[in-house]
Design a protein around this ligand. Structure first.
Ligand code: XMP
Ligand code: MG
Length: 189
């Protein structure tokens, strides 16, 4: 792991890769004869979903859902709906990170209301300590701390989704002043 003043690498690319294999095996075992529909929550989960589905042996389908969040209260709306009907499907919600748990709660209810046969959740990361509502995460990649994370799909103002590993923001003010601060650090050698 390398330390930089603005952010620290907390999960390496190697660890991300080996964990997604384990998650894929667990899902393969549980869904062997149930053809899951992966509901991928845009945009942060796209990298995780691409790695996850390649590690699931069961026949599956993939669809995408875009969300809007309004204000600090975080009211959640649909920006882009699924193309596939959810009725009678075995849905696996694919999220980048569970935080308060409110998003996952809303999504699970949405899938149940649409008549899903079953609903489970795969989340790449889980800020367990920040949970304000009780919601299950059946397939959890890594438990993480409270720090804001970037990389592997996670962004700061749209930047850093392409980083191959996970970085914890150590100096929030520096990122607020200049969103590209980590980028500059990484490229300065
Ligand atoms: P809730 O609180 O509803 O929110 O569980 C989950 C959403 O919050 C975002 N989130 C993050 N995004 N780095 C990010 O890039 C983080 O450290 C982080 N923590 C939460 C994310 O969009 C997730 O879907
Ligand atoms: Mg984001």
């Amino acid at each position: 792991m390398t330390d930089y003043p603005f952010a620290t690498e907390v999960i390496t690319e190697v660890d991300l890769k080996s964990r997604v294999v384990e998650l894929g095996q667990a899902i393969s075992n549980d869904y062997l004869d149930r053809s899951p529909l992966f509901v991928v929550v845009l945009t942060g989960s796209v990298l995780f979903a691409a790695d996850l589905v390649r590690n699931v042996a069961a026949d599956s389908e993939v669809d995408f859902l875009g969300l809007n969040r309004y204000g600090e209260g975080g009211r959640i709306g649909i920006a882009m709906d699924l193309a596939a009907p959810v009725f009678d499907r075995n849905v696996i919600i694919v999220e980048d990170i569970g935080d308060t748990g409110l998003t996952l709660k809303v999504l699970r209810r949405m899938m149940t209301d649409r008549g899903a046969a079953s609903v489970s959740t795969a989340a790449r990361f889980d800020k367990t300590r920040r949970r304000v509502t009780d919601v299950p995460i059946e397939y959890r990649g890594f438990e993480v701390g409270d720090e804001f994370l970037v990389g592997y799909g996670l962004d700061w103002q749209g930047v850093y989704r392409n980083l191959r590993s996970i970085w914890a923001v150590m100096d929030i003010e520096a990122f607020v002043r200049d969103p590209k601060v980590l980028s500059k650090q990484l490229h300065s050698g």
